[in-house]
Design a protein around this ligand. Structure first.
Ligand code: C5P
Length: 232
């Protein structure tokens, strides 16, 4: 897969999601389905969006014992999603089990990426709550390398970390980066943001964009602008 813009469909219902996607007519953006929509609508929403011709990144961030994650990943693989994810904090054993579960009889599988440290976690929370005392940048790189060694395809990270992740794990290791805003846009609750053009320059493989597209007066025009700045 090449560089692409993934639209975070953070909607409450299938109805809202389809009303949004209908605006794109024949364009079929890559869609991210997160916990809110998946827990509201279940696997049917994934099947319906796939049936409309979209690629799907199912962002459920699994984290459990290896056996449970393996079995859950086998179910998600049958949904024919294109990208799924988990928490690298679940350890290399959990990540290897996830790959086993995802791999179909014919050897194919969805791409599997890892969350390193959530972008909502800062140095202080990591030290106080998780008792991890290394610098957060080092922790992120260590988790990325553990994910790579377990056979994963990439990580979700801040666009600011994308260059360092590639330097540490290789250019082919995917960086999927949320926290993207237009240069004249509202930052909202995201802290460390980059424009699509900056994310492209620093080497992100996929940008995940939610509100700058979903809350725009003209979402299709906002999507086209992202594609123009990031891909072409
Ligand atoms: O609306 P916005 O562009 O901020 O949406 C970003 C999307 O990426 C949301 O679905 C959010 O949950 C997700 N995300 C994030 N930061 C992470 C991981 C996922 O913003 N570290």
């Amino acid at each position: 897969m090449g560089k692409d813009v993934i639209v975070a469909c953070d909607f409450k219902s299938a109805e809202e999601t389809f009303a949004f996607l209908d605006r794109f007519c024949d364009r079929k953006p890559f869609v991210k389905i997160g916990m809110e929509l998946f827990y509201a609508e279940g696997p049917a929403i994934v099947r319906a969006i796939k049936a409309r011709g979209h690629k799907v990144f199912l962002d459920l961030k699994l984290h459990d014992i290896p056996h449970t994650v393996k079995q859950a990943m086998a179910v998600l693989s049958r949904l024919d999603v294109d990208i799924v994810n988990l928490h690298a904090a679940g350890t290399g054993a959990m990540m290897r089990a996830a790959i086993e579960g995802l791999t179909r009889d014919d050897g194919t599988r969805p791409l599997l990426i890892a969350v390193t440290q959530l972008t909502s976690t800062d140095q202080r929370a990591m030290e106080d709550d998780l008792m991890i005392h290394a610098p957060i940048d080092e922790v992120v790189m260590h988790y990325a390398l553990t994910a790579k060694n377990a056979g994963l395809d990439g990580v979700v990270c801040s666009p600011r970390e994308a260059g360092a992740v590639h330097a540490c794990c290789g250019e082919r290791f995917l960086t999927v980066t949320p926290g993207v805003r237009f240069s004249n846009g509202d930052v909202g609750d995201q802290r460390r943001v980059m424009t699509p053009m900056e994310a492209r320059r620093i080497g992100s493989d996929y940008i995940v964009v939610g509100r700058p597209i979903t809350a725009a007066p003209d979402p299709v025009a906002a999507y086209e602008r992202c594609v123009r700045e990031f891909v072409s």
